[in-house]
Design a protein. Sequence first.
Length: 316
Amino acid sequence: MTGTTDDRPGHHHDHTGHGDAHSGHGDAHHGPHLGHDDDFDWAAMADLLELEGEVHAPYVQQAFEQLSHLTPRRILDIGSGPGVAACRLAALFPQAEVVAVDGTPELLARAEQRAARLGVPLRTRQAEFPAGLAGLGTADLVWSGQVVHHVGDQQTALNAMAGLLAPGGVLAIVEGGLPPRWLPRDLGFGRPGLQERLDVAMADRFRRMRDELPGSVRAVEDWPGMLRTAGLTGARSRTFLVEHPAPLSDATRQFVRASVQRCRSVLAELLDAEDLSALDRLLDPSDPAGVDRRPDLFLLTAKTVHYGTAPAAAQP
């Protein structure tokens, strides 16, 4: 599972490196690909995951600013995907050994290529999530972008991730936020409020995905509370904005197109004929009102990061 696209409300997977591409909300799923994951071919989504990580860079930079006071010697990016976040960590903490961890070897190869291109030191490690975590060793900082919601028992997964921390180490996970917005409420065709209806359909799809996961356990998704249950202290949440106003760059427009296409693909059975027709028009490259040509296209979303700290070592 790669942690980047997402299927849930406010989740547009971002693996930060993985993105939320599987979300249907346009997130290539900036998250890990460690182990069992729905029906996604993560290797085939490598381009979209890397693009998502770049488009969502503003929130990752802000999230990492919350960690800039640390002096970690070893960092794990769990569910690194093509390594967008891992490479940023390597640049921010040049003294640290940064390890990109994912279950998809093709994505780890992309991470290695990206690190070489950027001139930052990066190690990679193939491991299943969460079964393979025990063999990773300890770290002073563990980052994971939209990975935990891909496993049935989220609390057990958090417990395992917290168990990787050295005394005083920090766990930072990306879960939740706000659904993306790309278009005005009234597109000029179809019924106004299309994106709100996409949110409802995506929430239903995410619920079904969670219910069908092996060993699925319902939990109140109070992420700071879950971090405290995992034995961490100082648990807190911060939400960071991703804003790309109109007119969009070519790369961001490409990402929005992929997001709309993903919605059309994964939500087809949950939307009525009028909304499907509106999506088809948005995806028509020859239509001036489509996402390829309309001047008012934008990208606005938010990602929530939850931080917790392992207890310091007991003083002799």
